[in-house]
Design a binder for this molecule. Structure first.
Ligand SMILES: C[S@@+](CC[C@H](N)C(=O)[O-])C[C@H]1O[C@@H](n2cnc3c(N)ncnc32)[C@H](O)[C@@H]1O
Length: 256
């Protein structure tokens, strides 16, 4: 039986919905994968296939008949479609109805029959039953979440929906250890309330300066505690060698 992880603040999830709906209408492939501005649909979805095959090699989840995976913050389904040939059933969830509408169009266009795309509340995975998933993936999502509480809720939900021993992959912005990390963390903490205030004045027209794109940074200690509280075992963590604004830490964890 699902018990909601219980974080549903408009300041976090409402802003995310409005912001990402707007970005999806403006230039969906660019705002999902901003390393290129002239994506063709083929090239864009090819990057999903590359990421999915790398993760399948690295994680080695159970695949094939009787298996399920879910893609949290799926956007237009770049990864969900790439994982679909490997699992019996794939569910993509996203807080943005516009993203989900577009994922549905791609699904129809290519006649994919084992994927389902759902608009979520942006805070939990209540649509997914307990202990039902062989893999959970959330790529380029956690770095955008507007509160650490939301990250915690999702980790607890990953733990709830994963089968015992199954894994989850996500990436996020972890500040380096030591003084540099403390400064980077502190600077952002000071600026975040300012951006929230500006959002209240200008709304989603803030674009990528919205709190739902700027996201939150975490410390390694915070992340380890959050995983422990969610009963997820840390399997692999790739901390970037050189920290930059866009440097991401990749995490693989296993349901105990
Ligand atoms: C940069 S895009 C990545 C999309 C997809 N994971 C990919 O790699 O192609 C971030 C996605 O996260 C979704 N998102 C943002 N906040 C969310 C939340 N709180 N819950 C679920 N999805 C969220 C956005 O709507 C957007 O589709």
């Amino acid at each position: 039986m699902h018990k909601s992880a219980g974080h549903d603040s408009w300041m976090d999830t409402g802003i995310a919905k409005d912001t990402w709906d707007r970005l999806a209408r403006q230039n969906v492939m660019y705002f999902i994968a901003s390393n290129r501005s002239d994506w063709t649909e083929d090239d864009f979805f090819e990057t999903g296939r590359e990421t999915a095959s790398r993760l399948l090699r690295q994680i080695r989840p159970r695949t094939g008949a009787g298996t399920s995976m879910c893609d949290v913050g799926c956007g237009v389904g770049r990864l969900a479609f790439a994982f679909a040939p490997h699992f019996e059933w794939v569910v993509g969830l996203d807080v943005s109805p516009e993203m989900i509408k577009r994922a549905g169009c791609v699904q129809k266009k290519h006649g994919v029959t084992n994927t389902q795309f759902l608009v979520s509340n942006g805070a939990d995975l209540r649509e997914i039953p307990d202990s039902s998933q062989d893999l959970v993936v959330s790529h380029l999502v956690f770095l955008h979440l507007a509160s650490r509480q939301l990250i915690k809720c999702y980790l607890q939900e990953f733990s709830r929906v994963l089968k015992t021993g199954a894994t989850a992959f996500f990436d996020l912005s972890v500040v380096p250890e030591g003084t540099t990390g403390k400064i980077l963390y502190g600077m952002k903490e000071v600026r975040d309330p300012l951006y929230r205030g500006i959002y209240l004045l200008f709304g989603p027209s803030l674009g990528t300066r919205s709190p739902a794109v700027r996201g939150k940074r975490v410390t390694l200690r915070w992340l380890k505690t959050a995983l422990e509280e969610a009963k997820l075992d840390l399997v692999v963590i790739n901390l970037p060698d050189n920290w930059t604004e866009s440097a991401l830490t990749q995490v693989v964890c296993r349901k105990l």
